[in-house]
Ligand binder design. Structure first.
Ligand SMILES: [Zn+2]
Length: 355
């Protein structure tokens, strides 16, 4: 990360003003895919830079910036769940003996059968104690970045809270979260909470255009208007699977839930539920407001389908998908899970299938 995203300028100016107003703990909150982590990393790099420019950018040349670029800055720690990072073998061993606890997790793309933990555990919080108790190696700040903060399990959260209650000197904690309400209120209250901005549509389209995305507007719609998610999912397998899935569930005459469940069972389950949620959202949205949000190229199909669906049943089904989204992270049998939600969908759409 060599800069912030263009829609983050304002918040950048605020957070880089002076150390006193920044305090010792920041909580960057906002939806997934808007560049919170990149922002936090660049903020850390900038604050550790030994010769920051007058335009408030990291110099990229000082020893600190070079350390940072190589991922081994001695005064910086990135704390993430094992599922999204490379942890030491010692902690991995501990993780395997840890019981699965209770937090809800954001949709991920872990495809391997043996899933690494999606939680931040207490050993990871303890592991940076040495850093915060000693003076910094480079004479400046010591920075701990925790991402996503809501994945801390209960023990980890309490261990962190201790640090926040007695803030060590010259230390900055940066917590990044998609789900602030899943954090302990006592943690939230000890941080300066920053609502991270989502770019407006024009800015997001411009930016994606610069990144070489072919049809930025349609791509943004598919992923729910989070620009970084467009880059993440800009691979052929994802796009083809999505297109094929939507085609199946919108071609009701030939729709076969059993067949589709079998076809999709190896794919990331929360992602599939999310596709179904967005599709049903568009059906309701079209029914109520005449407009759609995600499937811009499917307007004609949606127009034909909607009049035959009972809106109350559809609303009920969409609500049930919220619970299914949560359960999809823990499902043991993907095929049965998908059969269940797709058969319900088929029953909901039945009147449209007859005609
Ligand atoms: Zn520098």
């Amino acid at each position: 990360m060599n800069d912030i995203y263009p829609w983050q300028n304002e918040v950048w100016q605020i957070l880089t003003q002076d150390q006193a107003s920044r305090g010792h703990a920041l909580l960057l909150r906002g939806r997934k895919g808007i560049g919170k982590l990149g922002f936090a990393q660049y903020l850390a790099k900038f604050l550790l830079c030994e010769k920051p420019s007058s335009e408030k950018k990291a110099c990229e040349n000082c020893p600190s910036c070079k350390w940072f670029a190589q991922g081994g800055h001695p005064d910086f720690r990135l704390v993430e769940p094992e599922a999204s990072s490379g942890l030491s073998d010692e902690i991995k061993t501990k993780l395997r003996s840890d019981t699965e606890a209770n937090t809800e997790i954001e949709p991920g793309n872990t495809k391997s059968k043996k899933k690494p933990s999606k939680q931040i555990i207490i050993e990871q919080i303890r592991a940076f104690t040495d850093l915060i108790n000693l003076s910094s190696h480079r004479g400046g700040y010591k920075i701990i970045l925790i991402h996503p903060a809501e994945t801390m399990n209960v023990a980890a959260a309490h261990a962190l809270l201790k640090n926040l209650e007695e803030p060590p000197s010259q230390t900055l904690f940066i917590l990044v979260t998609h789900r602030p309400h899943h954090l302990l209120p006592t943690i939230r209250s000890r941080c300066w909470q920053i609502a991270m901005p989502t770019p407006d549509l024009t800015l997001a389209i411009d930016w994606l255009d610069q990144q070489g995305i072919k049809d930025p507007k349609a791509s943004l719609a598919v992923v729910g208007y989070a620009p970084l998610a467009v880059l993440e999912y800009n691979d052929d397998e994802y796009l083809l699977q999505h297109e094929s899935f939507i085609k199946h569930i919108s071609t009701l005459k030939s729709f076969n839930p059993i067949f589709l469940a079998e076809k999709m069972q190896k794919f990331d389950l929360p992602t599939v539920v999310n596709w179904l949620q967005k599709w049903c959202y568009d059906l309701i949205s079209f029914r109520i407001t005449g407009s759609i949000r995600y499937h811009l190229s499917m307007q004609d199909t949606i127009k034909v389908l909607v009049p035959k669906i009972d809106p109350r049943q559809l609303a009920r089904y969409l609500r049930s998908l919220i619970e299914m989204q949560r359960l999809s992270h823990h499902s043991l049998n993907s095929r049965l899970f998908l059969e269940e939600i797709l058969i319900s969908y088929a029953m909901l759409m039945a009147p449209s299938r007859i005609n």
